[in-house]
Design a protein. Sequence first.
Length: 79
Amino acid sequence: IEELVEAVKAAYWELPPSTINAAFLSLQGSMDLCILDGGGNAFKPPHIGKAKLQREGRLPESVQCSPETAAIMSQLRIA
């Protein structure tokens, strides 16, 4: 397993930061939709035009969750 971990680490550092950022943006958008779907996966992955935003220099490092998702998460928080 150590060899696998080291191989993944090496591959990670070989990727351009823009590729890693694009992957995390996709993950963030999918997490938002998954929460709205009640934990399911009956949704289409979000499309925000990452390639175009990257070319224009406007690709964000993160995205905010939707107000609906924020409300769900607020209800789930246990203080």
